[in-house]
Write a protein that binds this ligand. Structure first.
Ligand SMILES: *[C@@H]1O[C@H](CO)[C@@H](O)[C@H](O)[C@H]1NC(C)=O
Ligand SMILES: *[C@@H]1O[C@H](CO)[C@@H](O)[C@H](O)[C@H]1NC(C)=O
Length: 254
């Protein structure tokens, strides 16, 4: 698809997709990197972001759970330089509109995966390569009425993901993931980007710290509505709960 077609659709299609969303651009060590739907994407330098569609992932077994459909590299792709420990700041607002991520309730999670020196383009996204680097869920109150970190993003804040400061330099994928709990079935909104980490660190996770997607959320029963339960899961059955079990592995401690 040509980026001009995407940009045209972006504005025309907004009413249809008003509750969905994804990373529009990324600010990394002061540099702005356009996502594949950005109207200012430079088609000659390309994008760090993997291809995605507006649809959410509704099944934990979906083969595209890692990076959304279809997760392939943009036709010209590169790796954004980042110093180990810097923040990846994800902006979800569609340029020229006030439209941003549409869900306030659910966890946000971020993972990285080490790539070979040639780059991340050829990496099998379904392999056990992912380690969790960050997560944020229910900050206070109850599931139904409490304050979830995701609400800040819906209100226009960037999603700021700190990267591990002792991480070994090299090329990595970063996956940022949102799970909407309001609708039932659960809706995942992952996106993946390519990074080139610099620094003097030497840490890498052990194989036991790595998960595959699908697979990495198989411990998550209890963290989202089962199919058929619908919004009752959130607004009735768990409305007054205050401890939200984060899905996936623990955050990797470098
Ligand atoms: C996100 O980007 C939009 C323009 O695309 C801008 O108006 C907005 O201020 C940015 N948000 C943050 C938190 O920087
Ligand atoms: C949650 O709290 C409300 C208000 O106190 C109450 O009406 C409701 O029955 C409670 N729900 C559950 C599942 O305990």
């Amino acid at each position: 698809m040509h980026s001009r077609t995407i940009a045209t659709c972006l504005l025309a299609c907004v009413p249809l997709i008003a509750s969905h969303g994804g990373g529009m651009h990324y600010i990394i060590d002061g540099v702005v990197h356009s996502g594949v739907y950005s109207k200012v994407l430079n088609t000659e330098t390309g994008s760090i972001q993997r291809m995605w569609t507006w649809d959410s992932i509704d099944q934990v077994s979906n083969p595209f759970l890692a990076c959304r459909i279809d997760g392939s590299p943009y036709k010209i792709s590169y790796h954004a330089p980042i110093r180990a420990g810097s923040i990846v700041s994800v902006n979800y607002t569609i340029p020229g509109s006030d439209w941003t991520f549409g869900h306030p309730i659910g966890p946000m999670l971020a993972y990285m995966a080490a790539c070979p020196e040639v780059g991340c383009e050829g990496v099998d996204l379904r392999a056990p390569i992912w380690f969790k680097i960050w997560q944020a869920g229910l900050l206070s109150g109850t599931y139904a009425d409490g304050y979830w970190a995701m609400k800040d993003v819906m209100d226009g804040a960037n999603l700021d993901i700190p990267t591990p400061s002792s991480l070994k330099p090299g090329k990595y994928l970063l996956k940022h993931d949102m799970l909407n709990l309001q609708t039932g079935p659960p809706q995942w909104f992952p996106n993946c980007i390519q990074l080139e980490v610099s620094g003097s660190g030497s840490s890498l996770p052990d194989a036991k710290d790595l998960v595959a997607f699908p697979g990495g959320y198989d411990n998550g029963e209890g963290s989202w509505p089962t199919h058929g339960e619908g919004s009752r899961w959130l607004y009735v059955d768990h409305a007054n709960d205050t401890d939200y079990p984060m899905p996936g592995p623990p955050v990797w401690q470098a």
